[in-house]
Write a protein that binds this ligand. Structure first.
Ligand code: CP
Ligand code: NVA
Length: 312
């Protein structure tokens, strides 16, 4: 049994398989071809933080594949009345086939997985957001990594440069794990005090990633520029200090002009126009943020199928 708790849980070959599978599953969805390999399977989703995209993409995706979904939050379950996460895992995993959790510390999802009889998927923790990077890479391949016959070439990621502008957070950590596995480079620029911690990110210091003081320098020559909110869920008490510290880490048209002319802009959403990104960038021609959001559903359908049924 496999879990998907962080990006490095899967190999490059598994990602190549998942991207192909997601493309096929997306095609079926777009052409109204019924595809229901998960009839009688149930996904439990546990949200200890808010969500729009993660909830809708997992829930709609599971129903489309013939399965069903149970939605729990901290407030409406015994988790909010201090039932241990280990006991919750033991109970829920006797009743459902798959669990997705969005929570705080990575250690919490690891404790759940250690006591679960069924696969567990990370729907975001303080440290990682692997489903989002799965969707982001799929989106990049759709736009920039197609072979002549239209299929996706995961090898096209090899050697590209991703510029990360902003917080050294769960998204930044996950980009670094993806870079190590799939062979691309990451340029990171964060304000002082908000750097990526390689020990937390679970990656070695190495030549596949480089730190820049000035976000303009990080964007120079990039194939993809990406950012995220200045204040992630769970860090709201730091919001005022972060607004001050991050003021120069807004992705602007001038910053995008440092990147390659064909560079794409990505943001996992939700976004704050005028904070981490200028409206002209997120609403501009290089932005693929709506494709990213939609692709959450297609890649997660492939992921759920793989965890429950293996390679097909
Ligand atoms: N990007 C993302 O995970 O969005 P939600 O917080 O809306 O799920
Ligand atoms: N870094 C953000 C991502 C939201 C999808 C957060 O953790 O709140």
């Amino acid at each position: 049994m496999k879990h998907y708790l962080q990006f490095k849980d899967f190999s490059a070959d598994e990602y190549a398989y998942l991207f192909d599978r997601a493309a096929l599953i997306k095609h079926k969805f777009k052409t109204y071809e019924r595809y229901q390999p998960l009839v009688d399977r149930t996904l439990a989703m546990i949200f200890e933080k808010a969500s729009t995209r993660t909830r809708v993409s997992f829930e709609a995706g599971m129903y489309q594949m013939g399965g069903s979904v149970v939605h729990l939050t901290t407030g409406d379950s015994q988790l909010g009345r201090s039932e241990p996460i280990e006991d919750t895992a033991r109970v829920i995993s006797r009743m459902v086939d798959l669990v997705m959790i969005r929570t705080f510390e990575q250690s919490r999802i690891e404790r759940f997985a250690a006591h679960s009889r069924v696969p567990v998927i990370n729907g975001l923790t303080n440290e990682f957001h692997p489903c989002q990077i799965l969707a982001d890479l799929f989106t990049w391949l759709e736009h920039r990594g197609r072979r002549a016959d239209g299929t996706l070439d995961v090898g096209a990621l090899r050697g590209i440069t991703v510029a990360w502008v902003g917080d050294g957070n769960n998204m930044a950590n996950t980009w670094l794990q993806a870079a190590q596995i799939l062979g691309f480079r990451v340029h990171i620029s964060t304000p002082r005090g908000y750097e990526v911690d390689p020990a937390v990110a679970g990656v070695p210091r190495g030549d596949f990633w480089q730190v820049f003081d000035d976000p303009m320098d990080a964007c120079r020559g990039a194939d993809l520029v990406t950012t995220d909110v200045w204040t992630s869920m769970g860090y709201e008490a730091e919001n005022e200090a972060r607004q001050r510290a991050f003021a120069a880490w807004r992705v602007t048209p001038a910053m995008m002009a440092q990147a390659k002319p064909q560079a794409l802009f990505m943001h996992c959403l939700p976004a704050h126009r005028g904070e981490e990104v200028a409206a002209e960038v997120i609403d501009g021609p290089q932005s693929v943020v709506w494709d990213e959001a939609e692709n959450r559903m297609h890649v997660q359908k492939a992921l759920m199928e793989y965890l429950l049924l293996g390679q097909r």
